[in-house]
Design a protein around this ligand. Structure first.
Ligand SMILES: Nc1ncnc2c1ncn2[C@@H]1O[C@H](COP(=O)(O)OP(=O)(O)OP(=O)(O)O)[C@@H](O)[C@H]1O
Ligand SMILES: [Mg+2]
Length: 186
């Protein structure tokens, strides 16, 4: 369990978060929902310890191994699809399993720079799932995906985060309904 206590944060004098308190329950997926610009990514970064709040605190009971799908893909554009994963998660068999589940196995030797927007997103997801971990931070993971691909990728994410703790940011209803156990509006 992670306790988020009375978090406030401003940027350049503009208040983004004010007195936000919530609990991230162990083994559950908590969705942070809300309109664009409301501070979802900022809150996620504060929970993950990547951004300092102006006031308030985040209390961890354990020291988890964290995995991220950031809002941006953050790929190594000049490396191949497979290399992008092996750089952070060296188990090749596991990497190829998640490339298969995200429909990228045939593209494993392509450079990341050659991929379409949706393929890049799927690679960012395959990389995160290959890394594994106990605590997942997923910032709009399914953005840029649609149709059958979206369903397949949502399914593998759901399987992998099952029983793990996850913080999901989303403003689409499908992701919130399909992936999360608890919804919190930011
Ligand atoms: N590092 C930063 N420096 C200055 N302003 C920032 C910074 N990070 C976020 N902000 C501002 O804080 C506000 C909230 O941004 P944030 O990215 O957390 O929103 P969000 O809810 O994730 O939005 P979206 O759904 O569009 O991703 C915005 O007005 C944004 O411009
Ligand atoms: Mg955001």
């Amino acid at each position: 369990m992670i306790e988020v206590k009375d978090i406030s944060k401003s940027f350049d004098g503009k208040r983004v978060l004010e007195g936000v308190s919530l609990v991230i329950e162990k083994g559950k997926c908590t969705a942070l929902t809300g309109a664009s610009g409301k501070g979802k990514t900022t809150l996620m970064r504060i929970i993950a310890g990547l951004t300092e709040p102006d006031s308030g605190e985040v209390v961890y009971r354990e020291n988890p191994r964290c995995t991220f799908v950031f809002q941006e893909n953050r790929l190594l554009e000049n490396r191949t699809v497979l290399e992008n994963i092996l750089t952070v998660a060296p188990d090749r068999e596991r990497a190829e399993y998640f490339l298969g589940r995200t429909g990228l196995l045939e593209d494993k030797n392509k450079k990341a720079s050659e991929l379409s927007g949706g393929m890049k997103r799927r690679l960012a997801i395959a990389r995160a799932l290959s890394y594994g971990g106990d605590l997942y931070f997923l910032d709009e993971p399914l953005r840029e995906l649609d149709g059958e691909t979206l369903k397949a990728v949502a399914q593998v994410i759901k399987e992998e985060i099952s029983g793990k703790t996850a913080v999901l940011i989303t403003h689409d209803e499908f992701s919130a309904e399909f992936l999360s156990d608890i919804k919190v509006k930011v």
